[in-house]
Design a protein around this ligand. Structure first.
Ligand code: BF8
Length: 675
């Protein structure tokens, strides 16, 4: 008995091996430090607790109180006899499809509810109810307003002249807000998609009616005893996911650009090493730039800098985690201190004077880690609070945004002198170029002369660039931190595939030095290296946060419109990928990419394997409907080669496969000459 107890304590104490846990030396160092101090992190918890073998297959149903009903794969199923069913008779297909649909609903809700908050602030700014937010990018507002049916010109004395910008802003904001709950019609932004794709959506009856309704309908259909046809459930997944990608997320991106400025390329740094021992370190974490924009402005104010100096600090160092990091990076150059799995570790430095969180991807364990140091953990959003007593809640309000931001900063500054543990900030930080977007790619790769993506297309047609991949998403403690992302992307760029990235994957790329133009000569194949060197861009372009995946949809649309690569997104030599995905948002993103015609590969495990027929529908049958389909590879090299094979298949269908052979021959000839 005593022996057993001892064994179980030993088991509970099993710690992660820092080197196996991450490929980043700064992360390894902080995991080791946490362990030395007895501070538990996600890496140790992942050692102590393994995933449920039934849940991971997607076939555990807990939608009513007769269950949970567990329908794992068994030997009989493998032999072709599948008689698994829940108490109500629900088949594995129904159970897995319902679980999948609820992930889409949660993901679409998270992105879209974020978009709604931005719309509220946008309307306040347009009505001039707040002094803290203004319409910053009038050009972008004028460019996107027509997509919501808002006129940008008006007739005066028989002549068309520019309409007043405040009028446009208010009408745009109000029309945007209607997209969440309008009683009739379908989402306006869907018409921004290539026409053949839009027609496919019409033909299949999947145009989202409004954003909220499609999410609610998933919850209804997946209630006990409602939709029991996996194909019909997937159809509703498509509506809700499109309402995210071409609705809530796209509106959020546009309104954020209009309010805070459309990103353009800038230089910054990344990783925990951006924190400074002699500065007040404030880490902002979450997803909404509405608050973090104010914190950036407040931190740059002389008043706050002087206050920090009065407390013995040399200044204020801001840093970000997760997508808030990406938002303030791309518009202000504020460096990310880390991605999803590094959130606890910035506190472990002992130098984090305050961590300010808003919504999504925030570990509840931050409060426990903060308790071991002097760090003030501040929640700011009414829908995202924490039960632990050491957490301070300061509810942020757009009507007194700057005041709130200064109050938060004062708490951080006052805390500078309370550092209790020895400060240990890893040295590692990398330089990065970030801040790309649909508009800046146009500028860099299209040129103002042509005003289109034709130069990019041209380089794909002539074979220098093999194709493009959107590699996005999270980290997942079930795989080595950053390894899948970086291994996959290095393999893609080595094979001349240009990469667009967002989210925590983008922070991984920055951390490992893939976001500089110089990277091209080191890691790229000859064709992509030549293009990157000529135009001075990195081979991996950072497009922002996860709602900014909508930028990838629009970049693909621009490529279709520029010509020469088919008529629809599914014709392009392009693919999507989320190598270390973990969140429900990633499932919604994956599904809107697939439903927009993109071959989309996820790393790790998709929770569909317990229902092979349903999985086959996602992985094969969906291609016949929308031109895109899901796929899954655990090994990042196989994952990369699945994408490359898809790109080559599309090149062949377009009749441009020979061009690449010529490019390769040119290289060989050149090498022979050099020899
Ligand atoms: O929305 S990539 S871990 S932070 S979910 Fe979360 Fe995943 Fe990071 Fe941004 Ni996106």
């Amino acid at each position: 008995m005593a022996e057993e107890k001892e064994k179980s304590t030993e088991k509970a104490k099993k710690l992660a091996d820092p080197v196996k846990a991450s490929i980043d030396p700064a992360t390894q160092q902080m995991i080791a430090r946490a362990q030395a101090l007895g501070v538990e992190t996600v890496f140790d918890r992942a050692e102590a607790m393994k995933p449920c073998n039934i849940g991971i297959q997607g076939t555990c149903c807990k939608n009513c109180a007769m269950g949970p009903c567990r329908l794992p794969l068994s030997k009989g199923v493998e032999e072709g006899k599948d008689d698994r069913k829940g108490l109500c008779g629900a088949t594995p297909n129904t159970v897995a499809a319902r679980n999948f649909a609820r992930m889409v609903a949660a993901g679409a809700a998270a992105h879209s509810d974020h978009g709604r908050s931005v719309a509220e602030v946008f309307i306040s700014a347009a009505r001039k109810e707040t002094n803290d937010y203004k319409i910053k990018d009038e050009t972008k507002l004028r460019a996107v307003a027509p997509a919501l049916g808002v006129a940008t010109t008006v007739e005066v004395d028989g002549k068309m002249v520019d309409r007043d910008i405040d009028e446009i802003a208010l009408e745009y904001g109000e029309k945007a807000m209607e997209e969440w709950g309008k009683p009739e019609g379908t989402l306006e932004y869907l018409k921004r998609a290539p026409k053949p794709l839009y027609e496919k959506w019409v033909k299949n009856g999947v145009l989202p009616r409004n954003i909220d309704r499609e999410i609610v309908e998933i919850m209804h259909r997946t209630h006990m005893g409602v939709d029991q046809d996996y194909k019909n459930i997937v159809k509703q997944c498509t509506r809700a996911a499109l309402a995210d990608g071409w609705g809530g997320s796209m509106l959020a991106t546009d309104m954020q650009d209009i309010l805070f400025g459309t990103p353009s390329p800038l230089q910054s740094e990344a990783n925990i090493g951006i924190m400074k021992q002699d500065h007040v370190n404030v880490i902002v974490h979450g997803h909404e730039p509405v608050l973090s924009e104010m914190i950036v402005a407040a931190a740059q104010s002389q008043e706050m800098i002087d206050y920090a100096k009065s407390k013995g600090a040399k200044g204020i160092q801001l840093g970000g985690i997760c997508c808030t990091a990406n938002e303030i990076l791309q518009r202000h150059g504020v460096p990310p201190a880390g991605n999803f799995l590094q959130q606890e570790l910035v506190i472990v430095t002992g130098a984090c004077d305050a961590m300010v969180v808003d919504i999504q991807c925030v570990f509840q364990n931050l409060a426990n880690v903060a308790k071991c140091f002097h760090t003030k953990l501040i929640t700011t959003h009414p829908i995202a609070r924490m039960e632990q007593e050491n957490v301070i809640h300061i509810e942020f309000n757009e009507h007194h945004a700057m005041e709130d931001a200064k109050r938060i900063l004062r708490i951080a500054i006052d805390n500078f002198q309370n550092r209790s543990a020895e400060v240990m900030i890893p040295m590692q930080k990398a330089t990065q170029i970030a801040g790309f977007g649909v508009e800046s790619i146009l500028y860099h790769l299209g040129g103002t002369f042509r005003g289109s993506y034709y130069t990019l297309n041209d380089n794909i047609i002539n074979g220098r660039i093999r194709g493009g991949a959107g590699v996005v998403g999270c980290n997942n403690a079930r795989s080595q931190h950053n390894n899948e992302c970086i291994t996959l992307i290095k393999e893609l760029i080595k094979n001349d595939v240009i990469v667009l990235t967002t989210g925590c994957n983008a922070i991984a790329c920055a951390t490992h030095g893939l976001l500089t133009p110089e990277t091209a000569a080191v890691y790229c194949g000859p064709g992509l290296a030549e293009v990157c060197e000529t135009v001075g861009i990195p081979p991996v372009l950072h497009l922002g946060s996860c709602v900014d995946n909508s930028r990838i949809l629009l970049a693909l649309t621009e490529m279709v419109n520029a010509g020469g690569l088919g008529n629809d997104i599914c014709d392009l030599p392009a693919a999507g990928s989320a190598p270390e995905w973990m969140s429900e948002k990633a499932i919604s993103i994956g599904h809107y990419f697939v439903s927009s015609g993109v071959y989309t590969v996820f790393g790790g495990v998709l929770q569909t394997t317990g229902a092979p027929v349903f999985q086959n529908y996602l992985f094969k049958e969906m291609e016949k409907i929308y031109g895109g389909m899901w796929d899954m590879y655990t090994d990042p090299i196989q994952h990369a080669h699945a994408i490359i094979a898809h790109i080559d298949k599309k090149r062949k269908a377009l009749g441009i496969d020979k061009a690449r052979e010529r490019v390769l021959m040119d290289m060989a000839d050149r090498q022979k000459l050099e020899a």
